[in-house]
Write a protein that binds this ligand. Structure first.
Ligand code: TYM
Length: 333
């Protein structure tokens, strides 16, 4: 396989199990098959107010998490979005390609803006255009993300297509989403119908990648379930969102399918299954959390990796942006 992979995570606080299983974990294997570019998308983060000191810490922490999870900065390109100005420049051009009607359909904007849309930042509204710029600036062909980003990826393809049609060029590829693994949509531990997310006020609803053994054990023990034992096949989970979520998490953490997990755990009560899940989650997540702590102790070490990444990302993106300028009709400086 060949092609270019692009993906990113917003530095808006601690990363959780959904970010790991839906995105970062899946990036690791791609490093050997594709040219991979992974960004910490801080310009996306400020579409909602971020305390500047906390943003700096989170940016380093997300970069450290990529490395701790297995991204090798010598193989993959790892950088911070705001250090590569071409992202903002291409996003402006895409603001002029994307249609307001397309943006109005974005469910993430509706969720994040809530009832008070008039008070949402203009950046939050055009956020998907910046995401399209992130991807297309490197002519990325594959984008590994969780299921919640699918609609933004469709918009990215629409933007690429409209740009190509408007300017009579086949300049941009239409990138494919890679929605991989057994847990593409990890749900809240407190409500199996709600996505696990950073903004849920209840910390018990999510497992953070920096949680201690005790925190992980407690959150899994207290996770909502139903009274029935585990079924033998996935069809038996269809009306049981909490059970389905825990089985998917187990499957993704252990590299199995949900069918395989149920094959081994059929008939178990949740007390038993949760104990096994805790052991598995602790074994995978605690070493990552420890490594994040070790790496973030050396802020200048992380900053150095990131500034080398930014330099490479600028070198890759500048010629592409220059070509876009030519296509659009901007004069060369
Ligand atoms: P963000 O920062 O919200 O999430 C980062 C990644 O984690 C995935 N994810 C989940 N997967 C499964 N279950 C969940 N509960 C869950 N919560 C989050 C997301 O799907 C994502 O893959 N717009 C993006 C960031 C972005 C980006 C990009 C991604 C900006 N530019 C270009 C790909 C390519 C976002 O807000 O992700």
């Amino acid at each position: 396989m060949s092609g270019t992979v692009f993906s990113g995570v917003q530095p808006t606080g601690d990363l959780h199990l959904g970010n790991y299983l839906g995105a970062i974990k899946n990036w690791i294997a791609l490093q050997d098959q594709y040219d991979c570019i992974f960004s910490v998308v801080d310009m996306h983060a400020i579409t909602q107010f971020q305390d500047p000191a906390a943003l700096r810490d989170s940016t380093r922490k997300v970069a450290a998490t990529y490395i701790a999870a297995g991204i090798d900065p010598d193989k993959a390109l790892l950088f911070v979005q705001s250090q590569v100005p071409a992202h903002a420049e291409l996003a402006w051009i895409f603001n002029c390609v994307a249609r307001i009607g397309w943006l109005n359909r974005m469910t993430q904007f509706k969720d994040k803006a809530g009832k008070n849309r008039e008070k949402a930042s203009a950046g939050l509204y055009v956020y998907p255009n910046l995401m399209a710029a992130d991807i297309l600036l490197y002519k990325a062909t594959h984008v590994p993300v969780g299921e919640d980003q699918k609609q933004h990826l469709e918009l990215t393809r629409d933007i690429a297509q409209k740009f190509n049609t408007d300017f009579g060029s086949e300049f941009f590829p239409l990138p494919e989403p890679l929605i991989m693994g057994a847990a593409t949509r990890v749900m809240s531990l407190k409500d199996g119908t709600k996505k696990m997310g950073k903004s849920d006020p209840s910390a018990a609803s999510r497992i953070d990648l920096t949680d201690s053994v005790d925190e992980i054990a407690k959150k899994i023990r207290k996770a909502r379930t139903d009274p029935d034992p585990l079924p033998g096949a996935v069809e038996g989970l269809s009306e049981r969102p909490e059970a389905r979520n825990l089985v998917s998490i187990f499957a993704a953490l252990s590299g199995q399918t949900a069918e395989q997990v149920l094959g081994r755990h059929e008939g178990e009560q949740f007390s038993t299954f949760k104990a096994d899940l805790t052991e598995l989650a602790v074994g995978v997540l605690v070493p990552i959390g420890d490594e994040v702590a070790r790496l973030t102790d050396d802020a200048s070490g992380i900053d150095k990796i990131l500034s080398q990444g930014a330099e490479r990302a600028r070198a890759l993106s500048e010629p592409i942006l220059r070509e876009v300028h030519d296509i659009v009709g901007f004069l060369r400086a």
